[in-house]
Every structure is written in C-alpha cells, then in structure tokens.
Design a binder for this molecule. Structure first.
Ligand SMILES: Cc1cc2nc3c(=O)[nH]c(=O)nc-3n(C[C@H](O)[C@H](O)[C@H](O)COP(=O)(O)OP(=O)(O)OC[C@H]3O[C@@H](n4cnc5c(N)ncnc54)[C@H](O)[C@@H]3O)c2cc1C
Ligand SMILES: NC(=O)c1ccc[n+]([C@@H]2O[C@H](COP(=O)([O-])OP(=O)(O)OC[C@H]3O[C@@H](n4cnc5c(N)ncnc54)[C@H](O)[C@@H]3O)[C@@H](O)[C@H]2O)c1
Length: 458
C-alpha cells in the first residue's frame, strides 16, 4: 500500500461499510455491474451469520436434533444406543462453516468480482467521505452501511470481567459444558440452550420477561416452554439476574431470590448498535438512536444507504439480503419495488421450530384492527398424529375480519419453518381467506393444519 498524500481521498463510485450478508452481496453486485467499489470490514467478510450466527448455530442444532430424533426410536422403532459427542460438530463448524474464522475465501470472492477490499474500522466523516485508520475515501455515488450488531451485555453487578460467553464464544466451543446458565430466552438463548442440552449439558434459562420468545404469540411461547421443560431444561421466566460471580471455575447467578450455578454462562440478552462510533453525527443523524431510519429504497440520507440489523426491521439474514437487493438496484439506477415490511418471516430453530410472519395478535389489536384468530394443534392433525414422538406444534392465524385477509401467522412444529412458506405468501400477497379455503392441501402433510385453522376463522 502506498502512503496517502495529505488531503487526498481514494475515490470509488460506492463504498460499503461493514460486510455482513447484505453488505457482501450488495458490494459484489455493484462491482459486477461495473462500478468501482470499496468494501470495508473490520472483522470477517460475511458478518455474524456465517461465523458466529445462523450457519454454525444451525449446524449445532442439526447435530443436536439428530440426537433427539435417535432418542425417539424407543417410542417408535425399537432401541437405539445414543452417545452424544460434540467433537464432530465442533470440527464441522471450524472446517466447513467458518474456515477457522478466516475470511480469505470471501475476500477473494469480492476481489474477483472487481471490488477493492480494505480491512479496518470505518468512520463516516462527512457527506460521502469515510476514514479508516487515517486513510480517507470518497464515494462519488453512494455509501452503503451494513454494520450490524454486537451482543448487548447488561450491567449486572459482577458480570464484567468474568469469562462469560456471548454467541461468539458459544459457537466456538469445542465441547459441551457440564452445565450452562443462559441469560435471555430469545432466539439465541433458546436455540443454543436446547442444542447444548441435547448434548448432555444441564441448562437453566433465565428470562426477565414473563414468557420465552416474548415477541412471538403467547401460544408459541407456552409450547416452547413446555418442550424445553420436558427435556429437563430449567426455565425461569419473570426472573432477572441481580448478581453474578465467578470463582475461577464456575458461575453463580443470583436471580429472583435463588442461586444458580453453572460451568458456563451464556449472555443472550439482545443486541446493540454503536451508531455514534460510526460517525453518523456528521450526517446530522441522531446517534443516540438504536436504529437508523431509511426510506423505501433504504436511503438514510442523500447518497447514504443502510441495510440489515441497524435498520430495525428485523435482525435476520434474509432481511439484510432483501434490503441489499433493493439498495443495490437503487444505487444502480434500476427500478425497485421498494421495501415492504408487512410480511417479515422469522424462524426460531428450536425443535419444534417456531416460525412466524407478519403481525402477532397483540400487534394487530394494538393497531386497532378488526382481529379474529384461530389455532389448530399439530398433534391433532393426521400428520401430527402419525408423527407421534416430537410432534408438538400449532398453527395460529391472525385475520383482519373486514379485509378478509391474514395479517400474520405462527407455524410451530417439526417443520414449522417450512410450513411457514405458504403463510408468508398469503400474508405478503394479502390473499383472500376465501381463496385460501378453496385451495387443495396435500394429505397427510403438516401444512394441512393451516386448512384446519382457516376453517375455524369466522
Ligand atoms: C447466534 C445467532 C444465530 C442467528 N441465527 C439466525 C438465523 O437462523 N436466521 C437469520 O435470518 N438470522 C439469524 N441471526 C441474525 C443474523 O446473523 C443477522 O441478522 C445477520 O448477520 C445480518 O446482519 P447484518 O447484515 O446487519 O450485519 P452483520 O452480520 O452483523 O455484519 C456486520 C459487519 O459489519 C462489520 N462492521 C461493523 N462496524 C464496522 C465499521 N465501523 N467498519 C467496518 N466494519 C464494521 C462487522 O465486523 C460485521 O462483520 C442469528 C444471529 C446470531 C447471533
Ligand atoms: N433463527 C433466527 O432467525 C435467529 C436466531 C438467533 C438470533 N436471531 C436474531 O438475533 C436477534 C438477537 O437475539 P437475542 O436472542 O439475543 O435477542 P432478543 O432481544 O430477541 O432476546 C433477548 C431476551 O433476553 C431477555 N433479557 C434482556 N435482558 C435480560 C436480563 N438482564 N436477564 C434476563 N433476560 C434478559 C429479553 O427479555 C429477551 O427476551 C434476534 O432478535 C433475532 O432477530 C435470529
């Protein structure tokens, strides 16, 4: 690298700051379209999802679910001697998912697409100007922000300075601990709690609010609490950790008048953004806010775009990729349909999977909409009954009775995330409930429970 002359900024058409899933995809697309693109990443190209999130966690879940399925053999098909070993999945996470947390392949892929890669922490210094460790850059067309989130660590007395895990250390674990205390009953906490428990870890989940997965339907929260409790996981809702100690070997957590001990502590209490560090004040934006407001083409200011977790429309890889597509099209001057958020799908990959799309009943009622709901239980459907062991699940529909459409739906069950696809289409397209009732549902599938629930709507 040559020394930069003072006052001389390196030029590009577009600068992408933070290369999470959407940033990486948008940067490559813009470069392939012939723009000069600089991609800046302080850690690993690809972001949280491939290295510390979705992909390695789902590998862990796949392994853990295979153990659970094998343990169902006695109820269905004879005997199975199941011995859990964390080593194969730890190895798979290192070798197949993360390349041992090395992004060489991703950097090369971006450079092959024509992009210029810069490793470092970027800060916006003005309209279309960016600084990285003393180097200045200028974008003639656009800056795209995709800086994501970091784990939020609550200020619980005693916690700071202890060797607690966030998702990042949990994903890098080489063995399942003997015991684990999980702070937070959201998607990260529950997916990892169940996965480790299935490998033999004694797990306690401490959730401050009254329900697990508090953002989802209470029926889904209740279902997942029953399942986790049934698997021997301690679930403590409405419980706040008041003090944490680590004696060099294990953690002690005081919460709700009780003491919990565990070899490991996983802090999964949400995510945080640091918009101040990003220099957004130089664009006149409120850096005290947790998310950045964007228009339908993901613009937060003239020539500045933001995508992914920082937009606050759902911290999901599919959201980051969806917004990347729109932002990149807009930067390229192509027509876009504009971002819509009425049918955001999400799946928590516990077993049963908890899928949901659109509004929950509470959200719909809070909007003052005319709401009717209906639920169908998976175990009472033909397929659920056949499935037997591990068949817990439900479908819940949230309908707008005036418009005769679905505003939202929950699909929990053995393949809850897959069944969600038809409900996502229905909410996205605002398909009349009348037409959904007229459809043919293959027998005996899990998605036939959707037909049962539709039949119960007024
Ligand atoms: C354990 C876990 C499991 C998950 N499972 C799923 C799942 O199953 N499905 C799903 O859809 N989502 C899942 N998620 C969420 C998903 O990982 C994120 O929503 C996804 O990564 C998209 O985030 P993003 O695009 O905002 O950017 P991120 O992936 O957060 O990446 C942002 C990047 O920006 C970089 N960066 C930040 N600031 C700067 C700066 N100033 N300069 C340069 N670089 C910077 C960071 O180093 C990072 O690489 C999971 C998350 C976790 C933690
Ligand atoms: N399958 C998926 O798509 C998937 C999986 C994992 C994560 N994610 C994404 O990552 C985001 C972050 O996940 P998350 O589970 O960390 O966050 P979250 O905000 O969804 O859940 C955190 C939970 O911790 C609880 N909590 C907060 N402070 C607490 C405290 N001091 N003590 C006890 N409980 C406390 C909250 O009430 C909340 O229920 C999710 O919102 C989701 O968008 C998605």
């Amino acid at each position: 690298m040559t020394e930069q002359e003072p006052g001389m900024a390196e030029e590009a058409d577009a600068i992408v700051i933070g290369m999470g899933p959407g940033g990486e995809a948008a940067a490559a697309r813009l470069a392939e379209a012939g723009l000069s693109v600089i991609g800046i990443e302080k850690n690993l190209v690809g972001g949280e999802c491939p290295y510390y999130g979705c992909i390695p966690s789902k590998m862990m879940i796949r392994a853990a679910d295979s153990l659970a399925e094998a343990r169902r053999v006695p109820e269905l098909a004879g005997t199975a001697d199941v011995g859990a070993d964390f080593a194969p999945v730890a190895q798979r996470i290192r070798e197949e998912a993360t390349d041992d947390w090395d992004d060489t392949v991703a950097v090369e892929r971006f450079e092959k697409a024509g992009g210029r890669f810069v490793r470092g922490t970027a800060r916006i210094t003005g309209t279309r100007t960016v600084s990285v460790d003393g180097r200045d850059f200028h974008a003639s067309r656009a800056i795209l922000l995709n800086t994501g989130t970091d784990p939020a660590v609550p200020p619980i007395p005693g916690l700071a300075g202890t060797p607690y895990w966030t998702n990042r250390e949990a994903i890098a674990a080489t063995e399942a601990p003997d015991s684990l205390i999980v702070l937070g009953g959201g998607p990260i906490g529950l997916e990892l709690a169940q996965a480790f428990a299935r490998f033999g870890t004694r797990v306690e989940v401490i959730e401050a609010l009254q329900a697990l997965l508090p953002a989802e339907e209470p029926e889904a929260s209740g279902l997942i609490e029953d399942v986790l409790t049934g698997e021997g996981i301690g679930v403590h809702t409405g419980t706040r950790a008041e003090r944490i100690d680590h004696d060099g070997a294990s953690f002690a957590v005081e919460a709700g008048g009780r003491a919990y001990t565990g070899q490991r502590l996983l802090v999964a209490t949400g995510r945080r953004t640091d918009l101040d560090a990003l220099g957004l004040a130089s664009l006149g934006l409120d850096t005290g806010a947790r998310t950045v407001p964007t228009d339908e083409n993901l613009r937060m200011a003239e020539g500045v775009y933001a995508i992914g977790d920082i937009t606050g429309h759902g911290a999901f890889t599919h959201m980051s990729m969806y917004q990347a597509r729109i932002a990149a099209s807009h930067i390229l001057g192509e027509p876009t349909a504009g971002a819509e958020y009425h049918a955001v799908p999400r799946v928590t990959f516990t077993d049963p999977e908890v899928g949901a799309v659109g509004l929950t009943e509470r959200q719909a009622r809070e909007k003052g909409l005319p709401v009717a709901t209906a639920t169908a239980q998976i175990p009472s459907s033909a397929r659920g009954w056949i499935h037997k062991a591990g068949n817990q699940g439900l479908i819940k529909l949230v309908a707008d009775t005036e418009q005769g459409i679905l505003l939202g739906a929950t699909s929990a069950g053995p393949t809850g995330g897959e069944v969600l696809s038809m409900l996502t289409l229905a909410v996205h397209e605002r398909t009349p409930i009348r037409r959904l009732r007229e459809m043919i549902y293959a027998y005996p599938t899990f998605h036939r429970a959707v037909e049962d629930a539709l039949g119960k709507l007024p």
